[in-house]
Write a protein that binds this ligand. Structure first.
Ligand SMILES: Cc1cc2nc3c(=O)[nH]c(=O)nc-3n(C[C@H](O)[C@H](O)[C@H](O)COP(=O)(O)O)c2cc1C
Length: 211
């Protein structure tokens, strides 16, 4: 009986992995039962969200997401990042208005639009003196996106606001960043108002090297 149970479990596990690798190959699967485990399901179902409900996210949820962020692997455990969470709409509006003022050549609607309407904005900065800090920030960012996804919260990594923010004189003070740090990425968070399909991935980028 025990043997039969082990055999059945092994079959189910194998089937689970087989279907997972298939869904990874095609990016077509959206059915929870096709994934081998909840971690893989979270990774495969995360997509960039560009349409958010205008609802706040509870601080407890944000704390948990940020805790996951700072538990990312990072060079020499230097934690060469600074994370600034803006969930207060008035503060966010000030940042947007400062950005508009510092970029008179850019249409104000474009400045606002590049944040994709996310109700919470996370600003990620790297420690300038550490050569791996951009990688540290990338790994932190992915942990944030995946933790959010696992809680039903959508995310979008945003590079486009960064260049405009670089022209904002008071941004370091506003975000309480000291001179050793520079912004590298924003992450918008919020409850999703859309569920976009996966964009195709090029599997030929991955090769097994065999002698
Ligand atoms: C470093 C980085 C910068 C990005 N900048 C932007 C951006 O400025 N605007 C935007 O709409 N999406 C941005 N994205 C999201 C990508 O377009 C998205 O991750 C990619 O198309 C793959 O789609 P997926 O996240 O849904 O799998 C950025 C993503 C990364 C990692």
């Amino acid at each position: 009986m025990k043997k039969l149970f082990s055999l059945m479990s092994a079959c189910l596990l194998t089937l689970g992995f087989a279907s997972c690798s298939q869904s990874g190959a095609t990016n077509e699967a959206n059915n929870a039962s096709e994934y081998a485990n909840p971690t893989i399901q979270t990774i495969m179902e995360r997509r960039s969200i560009r349409d958010f409900k205008q609802e706040p996210i509870a601080r407890e949820q944000l704390d948990l997401i940020m805790e996951c962020g700072i538990n990312a692997p990072n060079g020499q455990n230097k934690q060469s990042w600074a994370v600034r969470v803006v969930d207060n709409p008035a503060v966010f509006d000030s940042i947007v208005n400062m950005t508009i003022a510092a970029n008179p050549d850019v249409d104000p609607e474009m400045v606002r639009g590049c944040y994709r309407g996310a109700p919470v904005m996370v600003y990620i900065a790297r420690e300038k003196s550490y050569d791996f800090s951009t990688i540290d920030c990338g790994l932190l960012s992915e942990n944030i996106c995946l933790a959010a996804q696992s809680l039903g919260i959508g995310s979008i990594c945003l590079g486009s606001p960064i260049r405009m923010l670089q022209k904002v004189g008071g941004i370091a003070d506003m975000l309480q960043l000291d001179e050793n740090y520079e912004l590298v990425l924003c992450i918008g968070l919020g409850y999703p108002n859309e569920s976009p399909e996966a964009k195709p991935r090029d599997k030929s980028k991955v090769r097994y090297i065999e002698i």
